[in-house]
Design a protein around this ligand. Structure first.
Ligand code: DSN
Length: 414
């Protein structure tokens, strides 16, 4: 029995979500559209199988098919990220991929250094409300106040002074190229492990648009659903020396049965990411982000650090006297989806914020190009300026919907 007949309520919700995805402009930097092939693998019978352990070393019988899928995912990930010595495709999420890295390398109370959340780090980089900040002794580096860039010399001084066991690089809201090589050297000089969390930029790394951390970090973690455009999930790449410790931190220490349907979908996404089309996609992301940032700046918006080298930008709204929370509402009311975000040294609390984070992976997947970015910027800026239900707002909403629906949504329309 298909979903529509078995459960019309859920079928209706899914149809509504498809409509939303078609009609809205999604600018959430961490979202994307998985292809139909990825969705098909995710929704396959592989969801039925228990397979605790790793290919060839399982605690269940009947695993030959999921062994084949998981081995393929590992092989393809190694091809995709040059120099990868060991790959684990089992972490269910980016948070769990990071948790396993800490479990592999640390004891409770050990010191770790990461970027603070309000400067672009992730919850799992030591936020006090997250397991990482509760279990480990996190110390945080910040961006340089003037340039709003990472000050690598300051990071090095801090590492020398505080002697962390792990230094975390990789961020959720940093729009500039990360010097992973420098992070690797800083970590090496203080005897720390370098953990590179490349979740946001993995697709750019795979497509050759951002330097790879793989040769410069003992452990690299990433989600698979952001710029990499796969299913919701994660993976880790480790050096040979960390392979066993990382694997046993994932299973049996942290997780039980791996989600083999998602792992098969990761394999499909890696195959897609190995194509020339994906390389072009990664380049288009960077070109679009840069064109959008320029168009926004030309309309008087302040872009944190003055621009972007990757897939996202942070817009500082303080001069407009609009909070990030209010901006999120104004954008959404015309069908533009973006999220409020702290800007460096933000005077506002996290639920309010002074900025909005804008990313282009989704609109680039829909086929929008640099020539469309002026239109997108115009719609963003106009909607940020409309603060009430008005004819202007209704006209803008219609414009957004007409524009959005003229581009197909991968996984639904193509
Ligand atoms: N929550 C994700 C983001 O939106 O950046 C990171 O995991």
């Amino acid at each position: 029995m298909n979903l529509q007949s078995r459960d019309p309520e859920i079928a209706k919700i899914i149809a509504a979500e498809e409509r939303r995805l078609r009609e809205e402009i999604v600018l959430i930097a961490s979202e994307n559209y998985a292809s139909r092939a990825v969705l098909e693998a995710t929704g396959s019978v592989l969801t039925n199988k228990y397979a605790e352990g790793y290919p060839g070393r399982r605690y269940y019988a009947g695993t030959e098919n999921v062994d084949a899928a998981e081995s393929l995912a590992i092989e393809r990930a190694k091809q995709l990220f040059e120099g990868a010595e060991h790959v684990n495709v089992q972490p269910h999420s980016g948070s769990q991929a990071n948790m396993a890295a800490y479990f592999a390398a640390l004891e409770p109370g050990d010191r770790v250094m990461g970027m603070s959340l309000d400067h672009g780090g992730h919850l799992t980089h030591g936020s006090p409300v997250n397991f990482s900040g509760r279990i480990y002794d996190f110390v945080h580096y910040q961006l340089d106040e003037e340039s709003e860039l990472i000050d690598y010399d300051a990071v090095e001084r801090m590492a020398q002074e505080l002697q962390p066991k792990i230094i975390v690089s990789g961020y959720s809201a940093y729009s500039r190229t990360i010097d992973f090589e420098r992070f690797g050297k800083i970590a090496e000089n203080v005897g720390a492990i370098h953990l590179a969390d490349m979740a946001h930029i993995a697709g750019l790394v795979a497509g050759g648009e951002h330097p790879s951390p793989v040769q410069h970090a003992e452990i690299v973690t990433t989600t698979t659903h952001k710029t990499l455009r796969g299913p919701r999930g994660a993976m880790a790449i480790t050096s040979k020396d960390w392979a066993r410790k990382y694997d046993s931190a994932v299973f049996p220490r942290m997780q039980g049965g791996p989600m083999e349907h998602t792992i098969a979908a990761k394999a499909v996404a890696f195959k897609e990411a190995l194509s020339n089309d994906f390389k072009q996609y990664a380049k288009n992301i960077v070109d679009n982000a840069s064109a959008l940032a320029e168009a926004m700046a030309a309309s008087g918006m302040r872009i944190v650090s003055g621009g972007t080298d990757n897939h996202l930008m942070l817009v500082d709204l303080r001069a407009m006297n609009v909070s990030g929370a209010e901006a999120e509402i104004r954008l959404r009311s015309v069908g533009i989806v973006a999220n409020k975000n702290m800007v460096p040294f933000d005077p506002n609390p996290p639920r309010v914020t002074s900025g909005v984070r804008i990313g282009v992976p989704s609109i680039t997947s829909r086929g929008m190009g640099t020539s469309d970015m002026e239109t997108v910027a115009e719609m963003i800026v106009a909607s940020l300026r409309v603060d009430d239900e008005s004819t202007e707002q209704r006209n803008l909403a219609k414009r957004v919907k007409d524009f959005a629906t003229s581009f197909p949504v991968p996984g639904i329309d193509s």
